[in-house]
Design a protein around this ligand. Structure first.
Ligand code: ZN
Length: 399
């Protein structure tokens, strides 16, 4: 199902981040799996997985990118397997964040609320490292995966005002805001929850869409991500809702935006270097169709040429990036199978295309000639895994 870039009419809805009118649509993929992290037990089930419409629009006023055809009937449950905690690279990143929060930000002996805690790995680590008390809220939490003596409570539910904790000293929200259809309402509700307190620390982490647009990285755009931020647009949302943004940076090979904020008396004024990105966003939106087309043609040509030579290509990474990569390329992508280090994903099938998901060890039987690495940050880790298996395929990172 090819992506298309027709001249799109302005979207009628108000911006979900700033309420301005005049969203401008710029990307359209009519048939994407409605959820790219759901595990499929059979190829048939994977192929029959419901499709949705991915259409992105840009807000010239605040730089926010909205998915305007997002279908909220999306399935998010315990079958959702988003955890990256089986990767050494990702674990090292999480550990550094925990250290920074405990050592530099003084998150010790505090009450921490994590909104969208997933399987709870980060919250548990933060509570163990700093002697903190934790409350994690996430419908996809799985109690059998947690082993800790730390004081952590989990609530299997979508976060709502009913879970507001007036005693929370620290509010953490990682890789969740991009799944929220009305991000302004969530940030506003957090600000209400904080009330008159000024000593509360708020930490948010989201993917950076500016890089995605500049690189034409179509594999980073998924149906279940309904809200796309840059450093500047995320900071603008927090400032408008009564927070002072005290730190704003890119991390994880510049893929993620990290924002640290403190409650203020009202809207605050931008003062950090990364906040001034409206012109860069506009330019990236305008250049996206061309950048994306070059990526689609480049990968399509490479994969077809390999197949024509009788060579085998596998994709490493069965998460959202891998699903978006395979479904957007469609039949233009002859790929044998998909590799994942997460044992909970192995033996399952990719939603949409039905590719089997295998362990790295299974590659010994497949003997791939080429590996497309969905996240460039894992290239070294994957290179070591392949060397350990005495395999020497070419490695190409999606970038
Ligand atoms: Zn806006």
């Amino acid at each position: 199902m090819p992506a298309s870039f027709p001249p799109l009419e302005p979207e009628a809805m108000a911006c979900p981040a700033c309420d301005a009118r005049g969203l401008q649509a710029f990307y359209d993929v009519p048939q994407v799996p409605v959820n790219s992290c759901i595990l499929m037990a059979s190829r048939e089930e994977a192929l029959a997985y419901p499709r949705g419409h991915l259409r992105l629009a840009h807000c010239p006023a605040c730089g926010f990118v909205a998915s305007t055809r997002f279908d909220p009937a999306l399935e998010y449950s315990a079958r959702y397997e988003e955890t990256q905690a089986f990767s050494g690279t990702f674990n090292a990143f999480s550990r550094r964040l925990v250290e920074d929060l405990v050592e530099r930000q003084g998150v010790r002996g505090k009450t921490v609320l994590e909104i969208g805690c997933g399987k709870g790995e980060f919250l548990v680590e933060l509570c163990e490292a700093g002697g903190n008390r934790g409350v994690g809220v996430d419908p996809g939490y799985r109690p059998e995966r947690t082993r800790t003596t730390a004081q952590v409570e989990f609530i299997r539910d979508f976060y709502g005002e009913r879970h507001a904790r007036v005693d929370a000293d620290v509010i953490v929200c990682r890789h969740t805001l991009e799944h929220i259809e009305r991000p302004r309402e969530l940030v506003r509700s957090i600000r209400r929850q904080v009330g008159d307190r000024r000593d509360v620390l708020v930490f948010f982490e989201v993917p950076d869409v500016l890089r995605v647009l500049q690189e034409g990285a179509f594999w980073d755009l998924y149906h279940e991500h309904c809200s796309y931020f840059t450093a500047g647009s995320l900071a603008r949302l927090f400032r408008q809702e009564g927070f002072d943004v005290v730190e704003l940076e890119l991390a994880y090979a510049d893929q993620y935006v990290l924002l640290t904020a403190r409650p203020a008396d009202g809207p605050t004024t931008p003062r950090l270097p990364l906040e001034h990105d409206l012109d860069a966003i506009r330019a990236a939106v305008d250049g996206f169709a061309g950048a994306c087309q070059r990526q689609l043609e480049g990968f399509g040509a490479q994969l077809r040429a390999a197949a024509a030579q009788g060579e085998r290509t596998v994709v490493w990474g069965s998460g959202s990036k891998g699903v978006a990569f395979l479904t957007t390329l469609g039949d233009a992508a002859p790929v044998d199978c998909v590799v994942d280090v997460n044992p909970h994903r192995q033996g399952r099938f990719m939603p949409g295309t039905g590719h089997p998901i295998v362990s790295p060890e299974a590659l010994v039987g497949v003997r791939p000639d080429h590996v497309v690495v969905m996240n460039p940050i894992y290239v070294q880790e994957i290179g070591r895994d392949l060397a350990r298996l005495a395999l020497t395929p070419s490695l190409r990172a999606a970038a």
